[in-house]
Design a protein around this ligand. Structure first.
Ligand code: NAP
Length: 481
């Protein structure tokens, strides 16, 4: 199968924070891959900006080294051609230097996009200076990264700051989970096939599980993480987006606002979660390996590195079908998946134990694909014995090598910015609605002084999380390497 690459319009993409981790580890390698795929026009330009004084040549050398290190598998043979399209401007988001230089560099007849790969406290300064210097106009786009606030109040303030200079149609809030091929395939599977949608409701679906498990601890991000925790770092954004795409009604069209309107309705229909439906955990140290409290250097920390929640959506489609979410660090395997467990058939005609429920497993990490578990007859003589097998819909098999070589989420999302397509970006009201649901849950933890349950590194999380399911006669799908 031939994967089509449609070139985008020419652009000037300014990356603020171009010498930082995100720019060098993710954004530049993603752009290089799009260059190799032939999607980046030859006259498009990437303009790096940060405070450090550097020449174009020095910055290109930095980018060259970053791509060699982080664009694994990408042919380095065309690096020089790519680097020729890169420039650098020394600029201080909070100062006066560099802005006239940037203004003079920008071209009029191309798409102008500004990637704010800096701390959110600088977003307001950048937005203001871009408009004051006339560098951004009504067609320009800005791209902002998480964290998008740490509660409803700060998210509202951030939205208001950006809204002073840019319309909502110009703001691209990145959640890289939405750029994953499988996440978009979830919409294709649901809305481009007759097979699933008639069953996609509480009458046929017993429950949904969403898991984002990591094997790493908080690493060098301890200071940041201890002020965030799994709820702010994972659930409010990435897992909320997965929940929305799984639960939303069919939009009238695959159009940015139609899709985002439906996601927003799901968030607004989320019921408050009671303490009994929440399990929080902290990983423990083992031998020389530090535990969470050592990693964040705070023996009194009550921040969770693990979180499991039973969530209910108060609407017709999902009445009686819970969504169980869990995420954590230092777990048994790195895996992200959505598991749809259907109800068992209403009557079994077979003598032995009845058929097991069908499951649709949508895998996002480490390999993207889907498995549909169905019952078949166990082969061979000896009566009618049933066995459950996966119908493997891995993209590598179905689409061949080209289809399996899927673009990284950043590749797709940055190209969508240039195309002006906001479907896979969060709208301001979605972000605020998610915080409005999350805030009371977090404040109840702050008030209760409840400590997270300890769990062993390399395990599936605290035992309490297993009980959250067992008491409903359900079980988590095993976290497997
Ligand atoms: P970082 O490594 O600390 O880089 C920050 C960048 O901002 C540097 O290039 C720095 O260069 C520049 N900078 C700092 N102050 C500036 C100023 N006053 N004016 C202009 N440039 C300034 O941070 P990062 O990890 O790349 O993260 C960037 C943003 O993305 C943050 O909002 C972060 O939360 C978010 N994010 C990062 C990741 C990730 O994987 N790293 C993932 C998700 C979201 P100079 O010091 O030379 O100015």
């Amino acid at each position: 199968m031939v994967v089509r690459t449609i070139p985008v319009d020419s652009f000037d993409l300014v990356i603020f924070g171009a010498t930082g981790d995100l720019a060098l580890r993710k954004i530049m390698p993603a752009l290089y891959r799009r260059f190799l795929a032939g999607q980046m026009p030859h006259d498009a330009r990437i303009i790096g900006a940060a405070r450090s004084e550097m020449t174009d040549t020095q910055f290109r050398d930095t980018v060259r080294a970053a791509i060699r290190e982080h664009a694994a598998g990408a042919d380095p043979g065309q690096l020089d051609g790519f680097l020729d399209q890169i420039h650098y401007v020394a600029i201080d988001a909070q100062g006066v230097g560099g802005w006239d230089h940037l203004s003079a560099l920008m071209r009029d007849d191309v798409v102008r996009a500004f990637y704010f790969s800096v701390a959110p406290s600088l977003f307001g300064d950048l937005a203001r200076r871009l408009s004051e210097h006339g560098i951004a106009d009504g067609d320009s786009r800005i791209v902002v990264e998480k964290p998008f606030g740490r509660d409803l109040e700060s998210a509202r303030a951030l939205n208001a700051t950006l809204a002073r200079h840019f319309g909502e149609g110009q703001i691209y809030r990145i959640d890289h989970y939405l750029g994953k091929e499988t996440v978009q395939n979830l919409m294709a599977v649901r809305f481009a096939n007759i097979l699933f949608e008639p069953l996609w409701n509480a009458q046929y679906i017993d429950h949904v599980q969403i898991t984002v498990a990591e094997t790493v601890g908080v690493g060098g991000r301890g200071g940041y993480y201890d002020h965030a925790g799994a709820m702010r770092d994972m659930v409010q954004n990435h897992m909320m987006q997965l929940l929305c795409l799984t639960a939303m009604e069919p939009p009238y069209h695959f159009d940015p606002d139609a899709v985002r309107d439906e996601k927003l309705k799901v968030i607004r229909a989320l019921e408050p979660v009671s303490d009994a439906d929440i399990v929080r955990g902290q990983y423990q140290g083992e031998g020389d390996a530090p535990g969470y409290l050592e990693d964040v250097d705070n023996p009194d920390s009550r921040t969770e590195s693990y979180l499991a929640l039973k969530v209910r959506i108060a609407n017709w489609r999902w009445q009686g079908t819970p969504f169980y979410l869990r995420t954590g660090k230092k777990l048994r395997a790195r895996t992200s998946e959505i598991v749809i467990t259907f109800k068992p058939p209403p009557h079994s005609i077979f003598d032995e134990a009845g058929p097991r429920a069908n499951q649709l497993v949508i895998k996002l990490q480490p390999d993207e694909g889907m498995d549909l578990f169905v019952m078949i007859k166990e082969p061979g003589p000896g009566g009618m014995r049933l066995v459950q097998v996966p119908l493997d819909m891995s993209f590598a098999e179905a689409l061949g090598p080209e289809g399996a070589d899927m673009p990284d989420a950043y590749e797709r999302l940055i190209m969508d910015v240039i195309r002006g397509n906001q479907t896979l970006f969060m709208r301001g009201d979605e972000v605020e609605a998610a915080w409005a649901w999350v805030d009371p849950i977090i404040s109840s933890w702050d008030d209760s002084k409840h400590r997270p349950e300890p769990y062993d590194a390399g395990s599936s999380g605290p035992d309490e999380a297993l009980r959250l399911m067992h008491r409903d006669n359900r079980r988590w799908r095993e976290i497997r390497p």
